[in-house]
Design a protein. Structure first.
Length: 220
């Protein structure tokens, strides 16, 4: 990693080796085009089929869980199935669509071969793995906080990850209901409803009457 820092600044690495740029690399340089598929809200996104696949989120989002515990959420322009720097096929993670989600499905072997055939391809894998691990570590730290502080941290992160680029505010998907949020935040259903009411009075949370979606006000 030290050699990489000497070659590129952090800003350059984030701009050149993000998942959107990886998609461009696959399609433009290697002419690898995946299959566009749509998954309905709540349905499992299957990574292990007859052949193994990875998925790129074009629109929508996915929850990342294991043993019914939600670890995090992945939004638009993220790859699912490349969380391991070494592309370990045995991740034991479950992915479910949050809202109606559009994906591009790639054969995993083709993606790996493409990355291994470029001098800097490994950096994409490193970036994906590093970001994912960083999210998990942050969540372990968040869980040590009291429910109110923990919830605000998680909600800010969710708004940043899941809001659509054309939104004027940091909206959360309407399918992200109280039940799912209570599981994710580690607080009871009753507590989260009460907490949301308090945070709305403070202005930290708002709600659009037309779309019935919550949005987060980071400056409140």
């Amino acid at each position: 990693m030290e050699d990489l820092i000497e070659l590129y600044s952090k800003k350059v690495v984030e701009e050149r080796f993000n998942e959107k740029e990886l998609l461009k690399l696959l399609e433009n340089q290697f002419a690898i085009y995946g299959e566009n598929i749509k998954i309905r809200n709540g349905r499992k996104i299957v990574l292990k089929e007859r052949e193994e696949y990875v998925y790129y989120i074009v629109h929508g989002a996915a929850s990342v869980s294991k043993d019914d515990t939600i670890y995090c959420f992945q939004g638009k322009d993220r790859f699912l199935g490349l969380e391991s720097m070494f592309f370990d096929s045995h991740m034991d993670l479950d992915f479910h669509a949050v809202g109606n989600t559009e994906l591009i499905k790639f054969k995993k072997k083709q993606v790996i071969d493409a990355l291994m055939n470029t001098q800097e391809g490994w950096i994409f894998g490193y970036q994906i793995a590093h970001r994912f691990n960083e999210v998990i570590i942050n969540h372990c730290i968040f869980y040590k906080l009291k429910a109110r502080s923990r919830s605000k941290k998680f909600l800010l992160e969710l708004a940043d990850e899941l809001h659509e680029e054309n939104d004027t505010k940091d909206f959360l998907p309407k399918q992200l209901n109280y039940k799912m949020l209570s599981e994710y935040l580690g607080i009871s259903y009753v507590t989260i409803r009460k907490l949301f009411s308090e945070l709305r009075k403070e202005g930290f949370i708002g709600r659009c009457q037309e779309s019935q979606r919550f949005y987060i006000n980071a400056e409140a």
